[in-house]
Design a protein around this ligand. Structure first.
Ligand code: ADP
Ligand code: ASP
Ligand code: MG
Length: 602
């Protein structure tokens, strides 16, 4: 008997808000868990608050105070999950099986003390395992934990996914099933674009980027856990028994350049004008924002006139006020000329594992937007994503245009099923999992996998690029047609001239040709200036969840500023932070970063 329980497989089943919205749904969820248990599995359920209960609690708080204390907010929001776990456990009991509900504190979910966005530090599994051994279904509250002082904390909206995958990771579960109101992961939110296609398989890297760029189906931090520990996630409908989407190490296709598109409707752009172009200024701006734990995206510096630069970036619209306060508090210290913002913008992005090895992917995206008459206000790229900032009124049109342009509604001809991928894996279990190297007291700590330098790079910058639809498409089609492979692209924002600057990096061997092409473009569109810099290098910090750990880019700015190194371009993704610097500082920079990030390097 003992031995048998030891070898029984363990399943984590997570039920989102709509999946436990009323009594019937709670009973249906209970039956799913009981069925799994009768099939011979040990079952841990993770449950969200019923329906829109979390929103209702937020609304109540807003009626009492504009700025409710963060600690009390978490105390309040955690009650939603406490209600649903108790009801689910009662439902299981009423159906004749054994269940015990547990709060975050009771499952030993230890977090840091950043209320409303707490990170998991450790989870103790003894109590869960004891209850499972006794034949119970364990019903754990999602989204919540406790800090060192036993204050109740929450993980951030959508955080029950992270509870579920973290539990699956530490319990060594055989599978983690996410039951929700869609039957899997789609090429984009099917509520926005009905033509979106359900994918059978998506890779951790792609899902991590998509989740962080607006695909609300999974909490992005849950994918960090899945990738670190090699947990396969099955996203499926709670209202049917059909199988859904597997989130695993491998992508669905090894040829299609783009596998998903996402949109963050409520984004805001902030521009700090006239920042003295000397090392350390970006650090001052971004450290002030990072202190408030706001995740900054789409950072672009336009080298402007008279040794001054404009720094633009985007933040979630809800964080705009906090961001502006943070920047205002350092304006004097920075010595900047002014601050502008726009809260009527959205971010539209495409993501794909295979784009790094293909030319013209960016040009195809820009052409699709141009054909839809959508003006691109900003552009940033990194190895597996391209993001554009557009007016909010254009956002859905833009999303549809790029979804169409990459034929995302069609299954790629080389698409693999999960069973094919599994068969090809053979005995190679735990693909890419870092688990053996991670400590149980720092589960969600920053995890870096490497720091490297790519030298022999060049940067081309076009100034005074007119701000109307089609320019980016023309430019990058022309560059692509000349056979030039472009790595990073950034397009900034320049309120003053209604014109922007565009920079891109190429291999140093391509600098002469790139300049020639850039000069032709410059003449054709009457731009202000073209510059080429041959001696630059790219310093890359690689890891997992780099954008959600808001301090990585800040720390990079800090370390480089301390060594008096100017950052010329930067891009950030969940997987990499890249900084373009003068090539002569490349090895100094890499050494310094290796030391500074040593505790997080695995
Ligand atoms: P739950 O309450 O179960 O956690 P969520 O509302 O958090 O459910 O997530 C499911 C929703 O995510 C879907 O209803 C869908 O509208 C949205 N969504 C956004 N992007 C995607 C995508 N790429 N694929 C599937 N669903 C998506
Ligand atoms: N109830 C929380 C929320 O609505 C957590 C979750 O559902 O994942 O955000
Ligand atoms: Mg959710």
């Amino acid at each position: 008997q003992e031995v048998e329980t030891q070898t029984m497989s363990l399943i984590v089943q997570k039920f989102g808000g709509t999946s436990v919205a009323d009594v019937e749904k709670i009973q249906a969820a209970a039956r799913k868990a009981i069925r799994a248990q009768r099939a011979g599995h040990r079952v841990v359920m993770v449950v969200s608050a019923m329906g829109k209960n979390t929103d209702a609690l937020l609304g109540l708080a807003a009626e009492i105070s504009d700025q409710p204390p963060a600690r009390e907010m978490d105390m309040l929001l955690s009650t939603g999950e406490q209600v649903s776990v108790a009801l689910v456990a009662m439902a299981i009991d009423a159906l004749g099986s054994k269940a015990v509900s547990l709060t975050g504190g009771q499952i030993g979910m230890k977090t840091d003390n950043s209320f409303s966005r707490a990170r998991i530090q450790s989870i103790s599994t003894e109590r869960i395992e004891r209850l499972l051994d006794q034949g119970h279904i364990v019903v754990a509250a999602g989204f919540q934990g406790t800090d060192d002082d036993l204050n109740i904390t929450t993980l951030g909206r959508g955080g029950s996914d992270t509870t579920a995958v973290a539990l699956a990771a530490v319990l060594g579960a055989d599978s983690c099933e996410i039951y929700t109101d869609v039957d899997g992961v789609y090429t984009t939110d099917p509520r926005r674009l009905p033509e979106a296609r359900r994918v059978e398989v998506i890779s951790y890297d792609e899902m991590l980027e998509l989740a962080s760029l607006g695909a609300g189906v999974m909490h992005n931090r849950s994918i960090e856990f899945a990738k670190k520990f090699g947990v396969p996630i099955h996203v499926r409908s709670s209202f049917s028994d059909t199988s859904g989407t597997m989130i695993v190490a491998e992508p669905e296709s090894t040829s299609q350049p783009v596998s998903g598109a996402a949109m963050t409707a409520d984004e805001a752009r902030v521009t700090v004008l006239g920042v003295p172009d000397v090392p350390g200024k970006s650090y001052q701006v971004f450290s002030a924002i990072a202190e408030r734990k706001v995740a900054v995206d789409m950072v672009v510096q336009n080298v402007g006139k008279a040794g001054r630069a404009d720094i633009s970036f985007t933040v979630p619209r809800g964080e705009l006020t906090a961001t502006l306060q943070a920047v205002e508090s350092v304006m004097d210290e920075v010595g900047a000329d002014g601050l502008t913002h726009d809260d009527q913008v959205s971010k539209v992005s495409v993501v794909g594992m295979n784009m790094a090895s293909q030319t013209n992917v960016a040009a195809r995206m820009f052409r699709a937007l141009a054909d839809a008459s959508v003006n691109i206000q900003m552009i940033t790229t990194s190895e597996i994503k391209i993001s554009t900032l557009v007016a909010r009124s254009d956002a859905t049109l833009a999303l549809r245009a790029v979804h169409d342009a990459f034929s995302l509604h069609q299954k790629p001809s080389d698409a693999k099923t999960w069973s094919q991928i599994k068969a090809e894996r053979g005995e190679r279990a735990d693909v890419d999992a870092l688990v053996s190297r991670l400590r149980n007291d720092a589960l969600e700590a920053l995890t870096l996998t490497g720091i490297s330098v790519t030298d022999h790079q060049a940067r081309i910058t076009l100034h005074g690029v007119p701000d109307y639809p089609g320019i980016a498409a023309d430019m990058f089609e022309t560059i692509g047609a000349a056979g030039i492979f472009v790595d990073m692209i950034v397009q900034g924002y320049d309120g003053e001239d209604a014109a922007t600057s565009v920079s891109f990096t190429v291999d140093a061997d391509a600098v002469a040709k790139s300049l020639e092409v850039a000069r032709a473009i410059y003449k054709q569109h009457q731009m202000r200036d073209v510059q080429g810099t041959g001696d630059i290098a790219k310093v890359t910090v690689s890891g997992i969840g780099l954008r959600s750990h808001t301090n990585v880019a800040t720390k990079l700015f800090h370390e480089l500023a301390e060594s008096d190194i100017n950052v010329e371009m930067i891009n950030t993704s969940e997987l990499q932070v890249n900084a373009v610097i003068d090539a002569k500082f490349a090895s100094t920079a890499a050494e310094r970063l290796k030391v500074a990030f040593a505790p997080a390097l695995h």
